[in-house]
Design a protein around this ligand. Structure first.
Ligand SMILES: [Zn+2]
Ligand SMILES: [Zn+2]
Length: 273
């Protein structure tokens, strides 16, 4: 999996214009329009955290499909120069809920194989959650990646305490009908699919009885597959007792409104850099 940093097609500018680029984002953060846009995003979220912050700029927004366990879900994404905010779409363009905020410092972006059912996709990796998102067109994907890449670099300027531990990307449920650990258990209504929190593979209950403390994910020990448990136990003395608690790993059901293709909007003119 290549980092997008190695993708030369999105690095249109020469490195000598770096200081000009940062000026662009700083200027944007001082503009009145920017302050209005940020307030506007905040007001549209049910139970929003305060999003106004000195030096913060809203760089772009748009609807992306977040590829989840069961099926892709429509999510509104807001890219700032220091955080990525997303939420469930209640009324497109007007009301959002379930606000999630990820500091860009914690985010890593990488490409995914663009399969037929997931074209225009990429992977967003963060300590708590890693997931695939899908844009509406290749052009939109390129725009998101360009801005994300630039903002992540802007956010990590002078901050070298970047987290290296990111969550495993959960293999979507429809990718396997048998346990990826023992290769024998067939999944059914009675044999539920579980996800190893360390490697993300789909495993049966029997192969994932153990719990292990992955402090970037949770304060409590979480479900891991037997191979990961062995690996993690060996590499750590911080070995936790397994608990038999059956955690529900459902992401919450919802009836997904149909996908309204809304072009992403970016407020910064990238042609200038
Ligand atoms: Zn198994
Ligand atoms: Zn595992």
């Amino acid at each position: 999996m290549n980092s997008i940093n190695s993708n030369s097609s999105i690095q249109s500018s020469s490195s000598s214009s770096l200081s000009v680029k940062e000026d662009g984002l700083s200027q944007l953060s001082r503009s009145i329009e920017n302050a209005k846009r940020i307030k506007n995003v905040q007001d549209k979220f049910v139970n929003s955290q305060s999003l106004s912050k000195e030096g913060r700029a809203l760089v772009g927004e748009g609807i992306l499909m977040k590829v989840c366990r069961k099926k892709p879900k429509q999510r509104a994404f807001f890219l700032f120069n220091d955080i990525l905010v997303y939420g469930r779409v209640v009324i497109n363009g007007r009301k959002y809920s379930q606000q999630k905020i990820i500091p860009l410092n914690d985010i890593q972006i990488s490409n995914v194989m663009n399969s037929e059912e997931n074209p225009y996709s990429w992977l967003i990796k963060s300590p708590k959650k890693s997931f695939v998102v899908r844009a509406n067109s290749d052009r939109e994907r390129q725009e998101w990646l360009t801005h994300l890449d630039r903002c992540i670099r802007f956010a990590s300027e002078g901050n070298h305490t970047q987290h290296n531990t990111v969550a495993a990307h959960w293999v979507p449920d429809d990718q396997s009908d048998t346990c990826m650990h023992c290769h024998t258990t067939k999944f059914s209504t009675y044999n539920r699919k579980h996800h190893c929190r360390n490697c993300g593979s789909i495993v049966c209950a029997g192969c994932s009885k153990k719990r292990f403390l992955l402090s970037h994910l949770d304060a409590k020990p979480v479900r891991v597959c037997d191979s990961c448990f062995l690996k993690l136990s060996k590499s750590s003395t911080n070995n936790s007792r397994s608990s038999q608690r059956d955690s529900s790993d459902s992401d919450g059901e919802e009836n997904n409104a149909q996908y309204l293709p809304t072009p992403a909007t970016f407020y910064e003119n990238i042609e200038n850099f």
